[in-house]
Design a protein around this ligand. Sequence first.
Ligand code: FMN
Length: 139
Amino acid sequence: MKKTLIIVYSNSGKTFAYAQIMADKIQADIERIRPKHNPKSFLKFIYFGYKAAFQKTVELLPLTKKLSDYEHFIIISPIHAGHLSAPIFTFLKENALALKQVDIILVKQDPKDRYEGALVDAKKHMDIEFNLLDSVVLD
Ligand SMILES: Cc1cc2nc3c(=O)[nH]c(=O)nc-3n(C[C@H](O)[C@H](O)[C@H](O)COP(=O)(O)O)c2cc1C
């Protein structure tokens, strides 16, 4: 039976924990996007901040799930420098044809802004209709 796949990138594990709770609630599978290079220290702010701000792609490890087995996708991306995280940006760009319409949840630390602009910017690089479900603050 075709069902929902949650696609998530998480550096610290916080966004992944949020995705797991959602997956349990709605009975969805999860694909955790794993960049080949995934710095954990303060370097992550420089590396991912630069990649996101200039909408650069990063190299990803192979997916574990077959996208054609699913008919609904929920993307969960941390906001990096006001943009989609580079691993999620890359995944979307590489798989745009398989994901014509996607639900998206943006995860951030700053509660003041909803960051819809991140989707407007990303859309310039790929032919995908984004449906913003929510923006969530995780500390
Ligand atoms: C490089 C980088 C840039 C970030 N930029 C923002 C930002 O512009 N606005 C914001 O609210 N949070 C920002 N954050 C915080 C992340 O959105 C926060 O770490 C996320 O909610 C948790 O992600 P994780 O599960 O990948 O650790 C940034 C984090 C990193 C690493």
